[in-house]
Design a protein around this ligand. Structure first.
Ligand code: SF4
Length: 333
């Protein structure tokens, strides 16, 4: 790729960022690495407007890496309830413990060292290293794939090894000549989020339109290319809703699998013969499958395991999948 084209693109992105950047609480003149890390983990799979209140309340509860490392798991999970992808929270805490034990509680300052932390992959390491420590390593997230594939006209699938490598190499090549790695990396993500959007990108008012490959070849709606995965799976879950004296029976899930470590009502093998379904089944969509959840009002005798009861107030401090949190909130206990 011609260096001139890379530079023109980069300078335009940096200009865009200076003119349009959103004011976000972790975007500071002197960014705090822990705050940036927290924001990047929360914003994976979550929009800024939805994620920001979570960032604020988790930071208020655990203001330092050390505090997060020592957090009670249930407390962290209860603050995370509603964000989904609970492994992100568990890995965040594992990472914090590792930073305390291996780096004296200070976030490591290089891309390579950041990559050694649990839960920090190439994207997050590049974001922290460039935003906080000015390292010239390109971020590649969904927004970046879209912008680069359209502008440079690259049709290599973005969800296969060859594409992942090609886009990372290009991102690293673009950032090399900058004097402001933080603005370029944040700029291309912001440009993808607000301007070169998946649907209805603002091509008619785009400074790059004259030299944008996809725009000039009429391929904007064909890029980026993503290979479709196989059919989604589905699973039926039957929950036993057992209530007693203003309390509801919940159990904590094991340490692996979907919703590990979260609280939910006991599960039944199948629909009970003498149960009353409390509400229509709810379909909860995970990234790879649909969970169809049924809620049965049953007596304690149908359960074959010891159970613990919680009052509504006590459930406020427990981490729960969002559908369970909503159920507990809305049913009469
Ligand atoms: S012209 Fe359209 S497709 Fe090309 S970079 Fe601008 S917004 Fe994106």
């Amino acid at each position: 790729m011609a260096t001139d084209l890379l530079n023109t693109f980069r300078i335009s992105i940096e200009d865009y960022y200076r003119a349009h950047k959103r004011s976000l609480p972790w975007r500071k003149d002197e960014p705090v690495p822990y705050e940036v890390w927290l924001s990047e983990i929360i914003l994976q799979q979550t929009r800024v407007a939805q994620g920001t209140p979570y960032w604020e309340k988790i930071l208020a509860a655990f203001p330092t890496v050390d505090a997060l490392a020592n957090a009670e798991e249930d407390k962290l999970m209860s603050l995370w309830t509603g964000l989904g992808y609970y492994n992100r929270a568990r890995n965040l805490q594992k990472g914090a413990k590792q930073i305390v034990s291996e780096f004296g509680g200070e976030m490591p300052a290089t891309f390579e060292e950041l990559l050694t932390i649990t839960g920090i992959g190439p994207y997050t390491a590049a974001a922290i290293a460039s935003i906080c420590f000015k390292e010239k390593v390109g971020v590649v997230d969904g927004n970046v794939y879209r912008v680069l594939s359209r502008f440079f006209g690259i049709a290599t699938p973005i969800n296969q090894t060859a594409g992942i490598k090609e886009f990372q190499t290009l991102a690293n090549a673009i950032i090399q000549n900058t004097s402001d790695a933080a603005s370029y990396n944040q700029g291309i993500m912001e440009f993808g989020a607000l301007h070169c959007t998946p649907k209805k990108p603002l091509c008619m008012m785009c400074d790059l339109a004259d030299i944008c490959s996809a725009f000039n070849e009429g391929k904007v709606d064909q890029l980026p290319v993503k290979i479709k995965k196989g059919k989604r799976g589905s699973e039926e879950i039957h929950y036993a809703i057992v209530r007693s004296s203003g309390s509801i029976a919940l159990r904590k899930r094991g340490t692996s699998g979907i919703w590990a470590g979260l609280y939910e009502p006991p599960r039944l093998q199948a629909a009970p013969k003498n149960g009353e379904e409390l509400a229509p089944a709810i379909v909860h969509k995970l990234s790879h499958k649909d969970l169809k959840c049924h809620f049965w009002a049953v007596d304690e005798e149908v359960l074959d395991e010891p159970i613990t009861y919680y009052t509504k107030d006590q459930t406020a401090d427990l981490g729960m999948p969002i559908i369970i949190a909503n159920l507990v909130e809305n049913i009469k206990i």
